[in-house]
Design a protein around this ligand. Structure first.
Ligand code: WT7
Length: 644
């Protein structure tokens, strides 16, 4: 592999693994936990992972059972539950209609204007999904077609994803904070013919013009034939009568009415693609399938967040990320849970909005991201103390390391020392948790936990040899798992090279970590050219190519620098065109340019404007040197640099 993997010298300070730090769960938190004897379950699962996963799959419904649990004959193109037929919607929606859950709330939705509330029982969710599925079918969407979904956090995002799944179409959800360029690139790459969007979305009291951005994105698209527009903000938008359709109008058409049968698909048929940033090149379309993904998200959510019928589950993630797919939409519905979704942000109009929602809706299980915890921590605990959070039972975290200080605040102030904290390490690629805890395990502030049942992880050196406990190295996964990505859509070779070529037989995560003597894993950070900013995954290559389309920029390099709230912040070294002088104005212009061509989440915090970038003789930018310089550290060995 040509990847220049180096361990990050300058990640956030990592606490020394110390087993004494373990926090035992409060007895009342684990009384009825599904997983009591976790050591026994761990042993049983590892003794025969395939038998373990088969037993978990049997908790769900299949219209035809599998011939083989795991087909590894073409590894690393693993196939799970081959020969089986089902549909994730059969298990996420349909089967609940045959039980008392039919009348249970599936979704409670609250708008940024909290007077706007919409609730759906499993029964009415099923009806909504049928309507959307009928409409998609009538538009000619067929099994295997890709539908792009560019929607804010409103109920229609559930309907759209489930409707695609129901008819065997592949959804490609694009985060509604991406620019039109980023959206266009994803539409083109996936060759999608239908886009589902809204007129706008509410962002801190203002309208973000989603439909206008879609118009820009599809103006030159050779594939898109139809755009379905959900009315959300009520803003005026331009509708081209030949290919733009109001969703609420289509719902009135005869074609929208009636039931829509859930297509039984092969376990290995694609369910969705989701774009994520990699080390190099354009974002990768990670592909997941119906069967294995269903089993993996169902089982891991049930074990780690101990889902019971009386729970009210709130995952704050956006459906545009994998967390939204696996643990806002599919995992909770597969478990028959009541899902809460809030449209707005945690700090608007005041930093107690989330706690207000927890109190008002009696949330029991609350899953969020470290950057949000650190942001809310800064506003002080008085905002939390205003609200009665006694309904909370379990807290969770995902996206980047939850540093011990934030862990303790979350545990003490939000969880009132009662609620176990479930830190979950996983990736877009893994589809489901890989390293986490179940509530009966002790929690360690700053550690993600242990590999999920049926999985083993290891920390290795450059040669793939396991390092000693307490030593930092490359984090790898040892066993295939049902919700694993099957490939990068249309790029099988890139799939093999990215994940499976560095250490044959081991899945390369791209993260560095340490394991402690108890077997808990402490995640440190990325080892590749991916930057995690507020939990968002950004590729340095994407930021650099966005900069290079600016007329004043000749060369650019992006790196991540430690940041107290965001985890990492983007820093850019930019070589300017002759005659261009750097100043505040120019910096702001570059920031706006990145926001407009990529996304506001990628806006750099800081810039430097050198005469030239440090490069190897073969022309590769040496980010290590940039990082050391920016942090005022020793630049290390410069002998391989091109001195021109
Ligand atoms: C990368 C994957 C999977 C959900 C959201 C992110 C980092 C994720 C943790 C955690 C430390 C974490 C890793 C990983 N990461 N969860 N609990 N502790 N780091 O998905 O955008 O695909 O990013 O996020 O660096 O490789 P993603």
């Amino acid at each position: 592999m040509n990847q220049d993997i180096s361990l990050p010298g300058a990640g956030p300070a990592v606490p020394r693994p110390s087993p004494q730090d373990a926090v035992e769960p409060a007895p009342e938190a684990i009384q009825n936990a599904w997983v009591q004897d976790w050591r026994a379950q761990e042993e049983r699962a590892l003794a025969d992972p395939q038998a373990y996963w088969a037993s978990r799959a049997q908790e769900l419904e299949w219209s035809q059972t599998w011939d083989t649990v795991l087909d590894d004959s073409r590894a690393p193109f693993f196939r799970w539950f081959t020969g089986a037929r089902t549909n994730i919607v059969t298990n996420a929606v349909d089967r609940h209609l045959l039980t008392a859950r039919k009348n249970k709330l599936a979704l409670i939705w609250v708008g940024e204007d909290t007077e706007q509330v919409r609730t759906y029982s499993y029964f009415s969710l099923a009806r909504e999904v049928d309507t959307m599925a009928n409409i998609l079918r009538a538009m000619g969407v067929e099994k295997g077609d890709v539908v792009t979904i560019y929607l804010p956090r409103i109920p229609e995002v559930f309907f759209a994803m489930l409707a695609c799944a129901k008819i065997g179409a592949i959804h490609s959800v694009v985060f509604a904070g991406y620019s039109s360029d980023a959206l266009a690139a994803r539409i083109d790459d996936s060759q999608s013919r239908v886009v589902i969007t809204a007129d706008g979305s509410w962002v801190n009291g203002k309208v973000f013009p989603l439909k206008d951005l879609v118009d820009e994105a599809v103006r030159f698209s050779p594939t898109v034939r139809s755009v379905i527009v959900v009315r959300n903000t009520g803003t005026t938008v331009e509708m081209d009568p030949t290919r733009h359709h109001w969703y609420h109008e289509m719902c009135q058409l005869p074609i929208a009415k009636g039931r829509c049968a859930t297509e039984q698909v092969d376990a290995e048929d694609p369910l969705f693609i989701l774009y994520t940033s990699g080390s190099t090149g354009a974002p990768k379309a990670i592909m997941h399938t119906h069967g294995g993904y269903m089993v993996g998200t169902y089982a891991t959510l049930r074990d780690s967040f101990d889902i019971h019928d009386e729970d009210r589950w709130w995952c704050t993630a956006d459906p545009g990320w994998i967390t939204g797919h696996s643990y806002l939409v599919y995992g909770p519905l597969l478990n028959g849970a009541t899902v809460f979704m809030y449209e707005g942000s945690p700090t608007y109009p005041y930093p107690d909005r989330w706690w207000e929602m927890v109190e008002r809706y009696g949330i029991t299980s609350f899953y969020t991201a470290p950057t949000a915890i650190r942001t809310l921590m800064r506003f002080g605990e008085a905002w939390v103390r205003r609200h009665d959070l006694s309904s909370l039972r379990l807290l969770g975290s995902v996206g980047e390391p939850l540093n011990p200080e934030a862990w303790r605040w979350f545990h003490h102030v939000v969880g009132q020392d009662r609620c176990p904290i479930i830190d979950t390490w996983w990736q877009t690629e893994t589809g489901m948790f890989q390293i986490t805890t179940v509530p009966t395990m002790p929690g360690k502030p700053g550690a993600a936990g242990r590999p999920v049942f049926g999985q083993e992880a290891a920390v290795v050196d450059e040669n793939g040899v396991e390092v000693e406990d307490g030593t930092e190295g490359f984090l790898v996964l040892k066993h295939p798992w049902p919700a694993m990505l099957r490939t990068i859509y249309g790029q099988d070779e890139r799939y093999v090279n990215t994940y499976w070529s560095t250490y044959p037989g081991l899945y390369l995560t791209g993260d560095s970590a340490k394991r402690d003597a108890d077997g808990w894993f402490w995640i440190i950070g990325r080892t590749d050219d991916v930057i995690k900013v507020s939990g968002h995954r950004l590729g340095t290559a994407e930021i650099e190519s966005a900069l290079l389309t600016h007329p004043d920029v000749v060369e650019a390099a992006a790196i991540g620098l430690p940041h107290a709230v965001k985890g990492n912040a983007v820093h850019c070294a930019v070589v300017l065109a002759p005659g261009v002088e750097p100043d505040r104005h120019l910096e702001d212009g570059l920031r706006r340019h990145i926001a407009a061509t990529l996304s506001p989440i990628a806006k750099p915090d800081s810039f430097e404007f050198p005469e030239a970038l440090p490069k190897t003789r073969s022309g590769k930018i040496v980010r290590r040197v940039l990082r050391a310089r920016a942090l005022g550290q020793d630049e290390g060995d410069l002998s391989t640099l091109d001195d021109a």
